[in-house]
Design a protein around this ligand. Sequence first.
Ligand code: ZN
Length: 300
Amino acid sequence: MFRIGIDLGGTKIELLALGNEGEVLLRRRCATPQGDYHGTLRALGGLVEAAEQVLGRKGTVGVGMPGAESAAGGRIKNANSTCLNGRPLRDDLQALLQREVRLANDANCFALSEAIDGAGKDTEVVFGVILGTGVGGGIVVGQRVLAGVNHIAGEWGHNPLPLPGEETLPPPRCYCGRSGCVETWLSGPGLGADHLRHGGEALGAEAICTRASAGDQACEQTLRRYERRLAKALAQVVNILDPGVIVLGGGLSNIERLYDAVPRLWAAAIFSDTIRTRLMRNVHGDSSGVRGAAWLWNDR
Ligand SMILES: [Zn+2]
């Protein structure tokens, strides 16, 4: 048997087929039909059909996507590919593919992939964090996604950053309607906006990091604020969930200094004499989402 994972992204749909031992059998991708729900279904069905023709048999299908199934009725909510919102995606895929399909949020897929054979393997409880354009999180316990009764377990990006802190400016507004969400501080755009608010130039996250390592003091201070905020926000996760491993993904997970600085800083806010929690970089990089989607069928 084999497992098909699909990463349904805003710009591309990626398919990966994994064998029994997690070996990659096949990869396929296509562009996501923009703003076209039925076109998206057809593209996804076409990828699965083509993969199964090559492999000569049927696999299980797991799909990772931005957003979640509503606990009331299963329609999609919170997806930034807005044509998915309000649609019964899983029912439609099951009808199209003639089998049971599992769906999960892409941050959950990331956490699952890293828990099975990535940075969190051999760890009972793994918290996966995406630090990218947005901030998301997912929880895996015993190599299974913990979805939660409202399907929002791990959605840490829209918790407020703990206050009081060093913040003297009003907290930034978040698209969710609140202010000061973790995402507004810790996403890539959030890092750039913070640099700007503190009198710096309009720079992206990558440029801030490059300049900080070249000795630019304003960029260095921006990164230090970022590290302190990340430490504070993750300390709350540790106090509630106490995971063995916290694994970082998304573009900002490439900032090497985080893995040294943040664990030094989070101790002040963790309510424990020992801190065995490890902060780790992901192993599977951009493939984590699609791998995790395939591993949604980890019980057979
Ligand atoms: Zn928010």
